[in-house]
Design a binder for this molecule. Structure first.
Ligand code: HSE
Length: 420
C-alpha cells in the first residue's frame, strides 16, 4: 500500500482524497498497488470538509511521518510550500504539486534538490490536460518551435461570458470564484500572472530557460471593454488570454497577454473553463492539447496521474532533461517582440485629427492594417480603433507615448496584440 499526505485540503485536495477512494479499483489496477490518502493538512479544523481522512493543522505531521510515501502539495503560495517540500525531499519522500507559483520561482532549485527523488507537477499547468507529460516525454524527439495556449480557465470563462453574453466583469469573476476556478487572490488570474507561471514551467521543459515572472511581459484582461469585443467581432477575431513561447533565432519570446486571434482558428473556439495548448515541434509539426483547465476533479485527475506514475516507477528527470538543453537560447527582451497591434483611443472629433494620428504612427514606421471610427455620445468626441501591420514592441510603446502627448488624444490608449 502507498500512503499519501496532502498539504492543503481545499477544492483540489478534497477531490484527490475522494477520487482515490471512489476510483480506487481502477487506480490500483493501473498503479499495481493500492493508494490511500492517509493524512491531510488544513489551516483550520473548524471548517467543514467533505473528506473522511484524518486532518491536522501541522504540516510536519505529514512531512516527518515515516509512514507517508508521497507528499502532495496543494496549499498555494511560494515560500511556505517551498520550505515544506524541501523538507519532504530531504526526508526522501516523493513530491507531487499543483503549485505553479512555487515552480515559477523555484523549479531549478527543486530539480537540483530532488535529484533522483520523484518530483511531479502535471496539475500545475492547464489543469486536467496532460501537457507536461507531452512535453517531458511525448515530444522529446523534437526541438520545440513554439508553445501557444489558453492557460487560465478563469480568464477564458470570463472572456467567453463577456463576449457571448455581454456579462459584467465583476459578476462573472464572482461566478468563477464560486465554481472553484479562481486563485485565492483572483488578481493572479485576471492579471495574467497565473498563466505566466504556467508558461514559465512549459518553457523550462521545452528550452531549459530559467526566467522568472518579473523577466517577461505579463498583461491581463482587466482593461478589455465591450468596444474591443465589438471591434474583434466585426473584424473576425476572438479575444483570448494567451501564453506564448516562440523561438526566434537564438532567442525565445515569452509573453502573456490578451490577444486577438482569427475566429476560425482552433484555439478561438475554446470556450469557458477549457484550456488548450498548441505545441509545434520541428519533427512532429503542430500538436494540440485540450481540456478543463481548472476545477477540483479535473486538477485532481492530473495530481493522481503523477501519483500513479511515481508508484509505477516511471518518473524521469523533473524538468525532462538530464543535461543542458538548448544551451544557446536566451530570453528575448520584451522590447524586441514583434507582432501586430490593436489600438483604441478617445480623440476630439474635428478636422485633421485622423491625419495627425496616422502621421504620428508613420513617424515610428508603423503601418496601419485597418481602422474604424465610432462616434461617442458626448458631442465632439470619437473612438478610433486601429490594427497595425507587424511592428516591434519598443516602437509601438514610443508611438503610444507620442500619441498620448497629442492634445487631440484624451487619456490613455488601450492596446492589445494580434496573433495570426
Ligand atoms: N486559477 C487557475 C485557472 C486554476 O483559472 O486556470 C488552475 O490553475
Amino acid at each position: 500500500m502507498v500512503k499519501i499526505g496532502i498539504l492543503g485540503v481545499g477544492t483540489v485536495g478534497e477531490s484527490v482524497a475522494k477520487i482515490l477512494e471512489e476510483n480506487g479499483d481502477i487506480i490500483e489496477a493501473r498503479a499495481g498497488k493500492k493508494i490511500v490518502a492517509a493524512k491531510g493538512v488544513v489551516r483550520s479544523l473548524e471548517k467543514k470538509r467533505d473528506v473522511s481522512i484524518p486532518l491536522t493543522t501541522d504540516p510536519l505531521e505529514v512531512i516527518n511521518d515515516p509512514q507517508i510515501d508521497i507528499v502532495v502539495e496543494l496549499m498555494g503560495g511560494v515560500e511556505e510550500p517551498y520550505a515544506l517540500v524541501k523538507q519532504a525531499l530531504k526526508n526522501g519522500k516523493a513530491v507531487v504539486t499543483a503549485n505553479k507559483a512555487l515552480l515559477a520561482y523555484h523549479r531549478y532549485e527543486l530539480q537540483e534538490l530532488a535529484g533522483d527523488i520523484p518530483f511531479m507537477y502535471e496539475a500545475s499547468t492547464a489543469g486536467g490536460i496532460p501537457v507536461i507529460g507531452a512535453l517531458r516525454t511525448g515530444l522529446s524527439a523534437n526541438h520545440i518551435e513554439s508553445i501557444q495556449g489558453i492557460m487560465n480557465g478563469t480568464c477564458n470563462y470570463m472572456l467567453t461570458k463577456m463576449i457571448n453574453e455581454g456579462a459584467q466583469y465583476d459578476e462573472i469573476l464572482r461566478e468563477a470564484q464560486k465554481l472553484g476556478y479562481a486563485e485565492a487572490d483572483p488578481t493572479f488570474d485576471v492579471g495574467g500572472f497565473d498563466a505566466a507561471h504556467k508558461l514559465l514551467i512549459l518553457a523550462s521543459i521545452a528550452y531549459g530557460l530559467d526566467a522568472k515572472p518579473e523577466d517577461i511581459l505579463i498583461e491581463g484582461i482587466e482593461n478589455i471593454t465591450q468596444t474591443d469585443v465589438a471591434f474583434a467581432k466585426e473584424f473576425g477575431y476572438e479575444i483570448k488570454l494567451l501564453g506564448i513561447a516562440k523561438k526566434v533565432g537564438e532567442g525565445v519570446e515569452l509573453r502573456v497577454h490578451a490577444t486577438m486571434i482569427p475566429s476560425e482558428s482552433m484555439i478561438a473556439k475554446v470556450d469557458g473553463v477549457m484550456n488548450a495548448v498548441t505545441v509545434v515541434g520541428d519533427r512532429v509539426g503542430e500538436t494540440m492539447y485540450y481540456g478543463p483547465g481548472a476545477g477540483g476533479d479535473a486538477t485532481a485527475s492530473a495530481v493522481i496521474a503523477d501519483i500513479v506514475d511515481i508508484v509505477r516507477g516511471n518518473q524521469g528527470p523533473m524538468l525532462g532533461y538530464k543535461k543542458g538543453l538548448e544551451s544557446g537560447l536566451k530570453l528575448l527582451p520584451k522590447e524586441q517582440i514583434v507582432t501586430q497591434y490593436y489600438l483604441r483611443m478617445d480623440v476630439s472629433d474635428k478636422a485633421g485629427v485622423l491625419a495627425m494620428i496616422t502621421s504620428t504612427l508613420g513617424e515610428f514606421g508603423i503601418s496601419i492594417d485597418s481602422m474604424l471610427q465610432k462616434p461617442v455620445s458626448d458631442e465632439g468626441r470619437a473612438k478610433l480603433l486601429f490594427t497595425t501591420h507587424k511592428t516591434q514592441e519598443a516602437k509601438m510603446r514610443e508611438a503610444m507615448q507620442a500619441l498620448e502627448a497629442l492634445d487631440v488624444v484624451e487619456g490613455k490608449i488601450a492596446m492589445m496584440r494580434i496573433e495570426k
